[in-house]
Design a protein around this ligand. Structure first.
Ligand code: ATP
Length: 197
């Protein structure tokens, strides 16, 4: 999966629609302090499903919506769209577009190639591609120190994410839940059958 484009509207300081093209090779973002460089990285995390407002440097998720400035009123919503090139033979037909939108007081909604999906589905797409909101490839300020100080279990999670197997853990948990529900149903069925004898 190769990220191609990040489009932001009403997200943090990006009040007007803005687009970042991610060409093959190295992309550099330069600018004075406070111009929004970290906000761009946060937008990437957010569209991939970040659920923690603290990780977005806010107290609630609505804080990612443009809060207004001297001359501009606050926005009612924020939207971030990520376009990526994928395998031409995969279920996305070679191009994936994930959109996350948040409306003040109404929470987030996701779309993948135009279809409404759950946050969990988006998480799985990126986990399978060995990336995501918590990918160790996204190195924000203070992160290096956090990696050095990480506990062995946290380091293991980073390695598992890098190896692309984080999504398998989610699927295993889902499968275990289904298995338990099926076992409970079978138990009830046996009780019913015993009642019919
Ligand atoms: P530095 O180089 O100092 O790390 P930076 O370029 O990474 O800075 P950011 O931290 O991305 O800058 O951007 C901070 C700016 O974003 C601040 O001016 C802050 O006021 C603005 N900002 C953050 N959230 C919002 C919001 N919800 N609405 C409007 N502006 C916001």
């Amino acid at each position: 999966m190769h990220f191609q484009r990040l489009k932001l509207s009403g997200f943090k300081s990006f009040v007007e629609p803005a687009e970042l093209r991610i060409e093959p090779g190295l992309t550099g973002v330069v600018g004075p302090n406070g111009c929004g460089k970290s906000n761009l990285l946060e937008a990437l995390r957010w569209v991939m499903g970040e659920a923690s407002a603290r990780a977005m440097r806010g107290s609630g998720m609505d804080d990612v919506i443009f809060a207004g400035s001297g001359r501009r009123p606050p926005r009612a919503f924020a939207e971030v769209a990520l376009t990526a090139k994928t395998d031409p033979d995969d279920q996305w037909g070679g191009e994936l577009e994930v959109v996350r939108r948040i409306e003040r007081g109404a929470g987030s909604a996701y779309r993948v190639n135009g279809r409404d999906v759950r946050a969990k589905d988006v998480g799985l797409i990126f986990a399978d591609a060995a990336t995501g909101a918590h990918s160790p490839a996204l190195v924000s300020q203070g992160r290096i120190a956090a990696v050095i100080a990480a506990k062995p279990a946290e380091r293991r999670m980073m390695l598992e994410e890098a190896a692309g197997i984080a999504g398998l853990h989610v699927r295993r948990r889902d499968a275990e839940q289904k298995l338990r529900a099926t076992e409970a149903n079978l138990g009830r069925l046996e009780d019913l059958m015993a009642g019919l004898d």
